[in-house]
Write a protein that binds this ligand. Sequence first.
Ligand code: NDP
Length: 448
Amino acid sequence: MSYVDEVLEVVQKKNADQPEFLQAVTEVLDSLRPVIDANEELYRKNAILERITEPDRQFIFRVPWVDDKGQVQVNRGFRVQFNNAIGPYKGGLRLHPSVNLGIIKFLGFEQIFKNSLTTLPIGGGKGGSDFDPKGKSDREIMAFCQSFMTELSKYIGADVDVPAGDIGTGAREIGFMFGQYKRIRGTFEGVLTGKGLTYGGSLARTEATGYGLLYLTQEMLKCHGQSMEGKTVCVSGAGNVAIYAIQKAHQMGAKVVTCSDSTGWIYDPEGIDVELLKEIKEVKRARLTEYAAARKSAEYHEKKNGEHGVWSVKCDIALPCATQNELDIEDAKMLVANGVIAVCEGANMPTTLDATKYLQQNKVMFVGGKAANAGGVATSALEMSQNSERLSWTFEEVDSKLQDIMITIYHNIDDAAKRYGVEGDYVAGANIAGFEKVVVAMLAQGVC
Ligand code: NDP
């Protein structure tokens, strides 16, 4: 049995109740086969795969807080510190009822390779809670965030582990958590990224993931003799990543005709009005029904199981920016039948494994989230640099560094795929390029 298959068998046995984690490990190790086969003896002797699939440590803790009725509520908090071979652990905090250890582990595992790809010195980690911020008052959000950070603060630090935002954790939550960390530890340090601009945040961080997705997509199209200009684009999601992906796609001359949230989706043949979407999602925190109510050209469709949603709309480029496993094999078939040329993931693992394979087999340019959405964490690392320097860079400086990073990432994954004989397979290219750097560091640092 090959080394990869042996390790996959062990990982499956040890983590049988964590389907998302198993999916991520299988996808990564499968695509690393060419590198692992070429170095099997060295990696096997040093147990590289066993070590890289087992987190350094994982914390699970109780988060008690008091709701507006005076009732004590209890949630479960998580932080998984996966691998710090190339820098302090770095990865977001997800607040969503679906959060469990398996989801946090899948995200933390993927983060190792993504962070390595950014070219910056950051390791992989992830955290969060099954707390649902929807419908909570500001006071309840603060009570939860303070309690969550009271425990989390024991395990993190500016040179140890630097969490950030993710689904459900935006500027408001980061602010409450930062305040509590400062209060408990008595130190003002860059322990979280995604901070407000008046206390150490970076300009362009809000836009970074969506903008970065488009910088990489544009570079890939350019290398294939195409551009974003005049393209029709389908985006899913209506959160941070989706909004700024739509904005940048429009700036590049494309037309984005869809977006979605957890209850429904919008088709707007005239192009999504980003300012209206921002007002509804960032300010009012309302449903997409309000978008349709305010805009004549838009159709609202209630989400229904078994239907293709945004992926049923004919487009040249699809950018899934909502959540994991939101684009399945049936959606992929629909996209291919409609002539899609590129799918780039703004979200983490939005495309199922069989859908990814189908798109690749049908010659669709496909870039996975590890590379395509790395702009967010890259800019978080730029926020860490600014905090260490105690300086703030201009929007243009950060944005231009982000562009350079995303263009470099595209070329690195393209080169890695070519080096191992899988040209055009950007999923393999991303995993290989990210993995190589981490493994060199792990080998240099001995058994740890
Ligand atoms: P947000 O919470 O800002 O937005 C998520 C959006 O997706 C919301 O509009 C939400 O709808 C929608 N959504 C959630 N579940 C579903 C579903 N089942 N079907 C359709 N829509 C759904 O999160 P972000 O934009 O920050 O993150 C989106 C994805 O990008 C996640 O996978 C995240 O891990 C990833 N990511 C984010 C980065 C960042 O910098 N923010 C960086 C890298 C990756 P609703 O409004 O109803 O909640």
